[in-house]
Design a protein around this ligand. Structure first.
Ligand SMILES: Cc1ncc(COP(=O)(O)O)c(C=O)c1O
Length: 402
């Protein structure tokens, strides 16, 4: 029991990674200890592992609405994104297509691959996401043409949580006979996904974003699309992903997704209620602004910026108060530049630097929300007292931007 006045320990950075559930850890242990055979071995010990693997493939495929033979296991979201984009680019070149359309606020696992393809002669078009963090279907209509090899747009953004009109974007691609890939790393396990209903040709997912283990993920590739292998070696994953399969990780990923999707509607409503309660409290802080479209967001993500404070210091102070949050994505927070996502939605640099991403899950409680709501305002107040920028704003030497 936590006694009054004692610092709580609150994990509120679930978009960076999630805590594996008890079931996930038990599954990892079981398949590490008991089902350790190599699925490529023909004797029984190997075939038991192979059967387990195919059972996991079937379960995951069912959850996203594809056929088991359209699902490939990878090491996670980054690898899936790389393989999907590079394959579609190569397929395009074979047909004389060298244009790729994406958006300005994709994850770096997409943007860096596109940057490289740009250097190799591909035309890369990044659609704007506007102040609300949403790609417009009309913009895709205007950009897509008979040179387009691929459209890749994320399902939900990892920093501000905004959900893209995937089904409509996919519909445009379908009409133009262009492959549509979506990085659904933040969406799978948090939103209902059905690749057939949503016109998705390729989809990336990652287990550690839905309480599964790190270093395991999957790529869905619609039947008929040729997939290029990134790794030379054995014939695993129908020759598309060499390397002995991570059976414990794959089984734990399937267990995590089974669990995440159980009563998903109730979980989404519960988490959105926590998020909205926190948003209501933190919005009372003067000169604060919630980022991204408020109606079309992942239930768990709240991205809010505070004028006159600096993100790094804010994180250290909230950490001192026992609260783990982020000031951007975990992948970019080693970097002193403001997040490309916040710049893409038009935030000025100084505001983007003072942003906080709080990402919740169904394991968080209202008591934790109350604790965050009590402590974050104190952190902001302390930082503003020390901030020369805040002093200038107070003295009218600088204009407020929010
Ligand atoms: C939207 C998005 N795509 C891709 C990734 C990379 O996934 P992984 O860590 O499994 O490589 C992340 C992780 O932060 C993400 O949020």
């Amino acid at each position: 029991m936590q006694s009054k006045g004692e610092t709580m320990k609150i994990y509120a950075d679930n978009a960076a990674t999630t805590k594996p559930t008890k079931k996930v850890i038990e599954t990892l242990m079981h398949y590490t200890e008991q089902v350790f055979g190599n699925p490529s071995s023909l004797y029984t010990t190997g075939q038991i592992a192979k059967d387990a693997l195919e059972d996991a493939r079937e379960r995951i495929a069912k959850h996203i609405g594809c056929m088991p033979n359209e699902l490939y296991f990878t090491s996670g979201g980054s690898e899936s994104d790389n393989q999907a984009i590079m394959s579609a680019a190569q397929n395009g070149l074979k047909n004389g297509k060298n244009k790729i359309i994406s958006s300005t606020f994709e994850h770096h696992a997409v943007l860096h691959v596109l940057e490289n393809l740009g250097k190799q002669g591909f035309e890369i078009v990044l659609l704007p996401v506007y102040e609300d963090g949403i790609v417009r279907v009309e913009d895709l209509e205007n950009a897509i043409d008979d040179k387009t090899a691929l459209v890749t747009i994320m399902t939900a953004n990892n920093e501000i949580g905004t959900i893209q009109p995937i089904k409509q974007l996919g519909e445009v691609c379908k009409r133009h006979n262009v492959v549509f890939h979506t990085d659904a790393v933040q969406a799978v396990g948090h939103l209902p996904i059905n690749v057939k209903e949503q016109n998705i040709d390729m989809l990336s997912l990652s287990a550690h974003k839905f309480h599964g283990p790190k270093g395991i993920g999957a790529l869905y590739v619609k039947k008929g699309i040729s997939l290029q292998s990134l790794i030379g070696g054995g014939a695993q994953e129908r020759r598309k992903r060499a390397g002995t399969e991570n059976v414990p990780g794959i089984m734990a990923m399937a267990a995590a997704l089974d669990e995440a999707l159980e009563n998903l509607d109730n979980k989404m409503a519960y988490v959105a209620n926590l998020r909205d309660s926190l948003q209501k409290e933190l919005s009372k802080i003067p000169y604060s602004k919630v980022n991204g479209n408020l109606d079309n967001r992942l239930p768990g993500i709240l991205n809010i910026c505070f004028e006159g404070v600096e993100g790094e210091a804010m994180l250290l102070y909230t950490d001192d108060a026992g609260i783990s949050v982020s000031s951007g994505s975990a992948c970019t927070s080693g970097d002193l530049d403001p997040s490309h996502v916040l710049l893409a939605i038009g935030l000025p640099h100084e505001i983007a630097h003072g942003s906080m991403r709080i990402s919740l899950c169904d394991k968080n409680t209202m008591e934790e929300i109350e604790y965050i709501a009590q402590n974050v305002p104190k952190v902001i107040e302390r930082l503003r007292i020390m901030s020369p920028i805040w002093k200038d704003l107070q003295e009218g030497k600088k204009e407020h931007v929010i």
